[in-house]
Design a protein around this ligand. Structure first.
Ligand code: IPE
Ligand code: IPE
Ligand code: MG
Length: 270
């Protein structure tokens, strides 16, 4: 029943979504300069549902469709890493029924999608305090990680019970513990050491952060890794977010000049 209602809404709105000229956007994208790592705060599900007079649950359900489309698109664009924020360390504050719905949807997504993800070569990499998740979620994650372990395409970091501060606290604890054991000396610790102790160890930092739904904040996402990331914000709600929006974000990203604290190319200082 829920599936049908969500599908009906999408059919009704698909005209607007497909209306944009994908071909034109595609022509604008330089395939050799796509972001290596894209991070997305999948926000706005509740507002999407409420604006239709539906309970928040429908928004979460519809949001799964967006995730499917975006994972596929990132694979096609040969993005190396996609990190999606699915559940934060703060989201436990929500009513228990909503937390349950989110966990159930996640389990459903993993079992339903794993074949397709493997066909696309996607490697699933959950990040966050995973041991605190319900047993059913842990089991589904283990299954998906195991099934996709040898895939060599897109790395899909699924941020679950994820908090940027918790991630840094865990890294600091592990660093301190290794110093105590004599594995690491204090003088050796630099930015690269810290990066290497984070959940995203070995991956490039995000080049592009996308936050849908019109809020302008990080909400405890990838605090260390976002130091020089380009932000792309849009009022489009996550359940309405499709590859056309991703492509707009990539086109915009490619028009920016990243200076990393330096100067513009050819800038005369005197
Ligand atoms: C994002 O949508 C999903 C999660 C945080 C798990 P929200 O549920 O935050 O939707 P809004 O922001 O209330 O619209
Ligand atoms: C961020 O969205 C977390 C996820 C999308 C999983 P929230 O809706 O929880 O963030 P706030 O409360 O607006 O900062
Ligand atoms: Mg929100």
């Amino acid at each position: 029943m829920y599936n049908r209602i969500a599908r009906l809404w999408r059919q009704k709105e698909s005209k607007d979504l497909d209306g944009a000229d994908l071909e034109k956007l595609l022509a604008k994208i330089d395939r050799n300069r796509v972001p290596r790592h894209i991070a997305i705060i999948m926000d706005g599900n509740g507002r999407w549902a409420n604006s239709r007079g539906l309970p928040r649950f429908f928004g979460h359900k519809a949001g799964v469709e967006s995730l499917r489309d975006i994972v596929r698109a990132c694979s096609e664009f040969k993005i190396q890493v996609l990190t999606v924020y699915a559940f934060s360390t703060e989201n436990w504050k929500r009513p228990q029924e909503e937390v349950n719905v989110l966990m159930d949807l996640l389990v459903e997504y993993l079992y339903k999608e794993i074949d397709e993800l493997c066909r696309e070569g996607v490697k699933l990499n959950p990040i966050g305090k995973l041991d605190e998740l319900p047993a059913g979620v842990i089991k589904a994650l283990q299954m998906a990680v195991e099934r996709s372990r040898t895939n060599e395409g897109l790395i899909l970091n699924l941020a679950l019970n994820y908090g940027g501060r918790t991630e840094i606290v865990e890294a600091v604890r592990n660093i301190a513990s290794n110093v105590k054991k004599g594995i690491l000396s204090i003088d050796q610790i630099d930015g690269n050491t810290i990066s290497g102790y984070l959940y995203t160890s070995g991956q490039p930092d995000p080049d592009l952060l996308i936050r849908p739904s019109g809020d302008f904040r990080i909400s405890n996402f990838l605090l260390w890794q976002l130091a020089y990331t380009e932000f792309w914000l849009t009022p489009v709600l996550w359940p309405d977010f499709r590859r056309v929006h991703l492509m707009r974000a990539i086109v915009d990203f490619q028009s920016r000049e990243r200076r990393f604290g330096g100067l513009k190319k050819n800038n005369r200082t005197t």
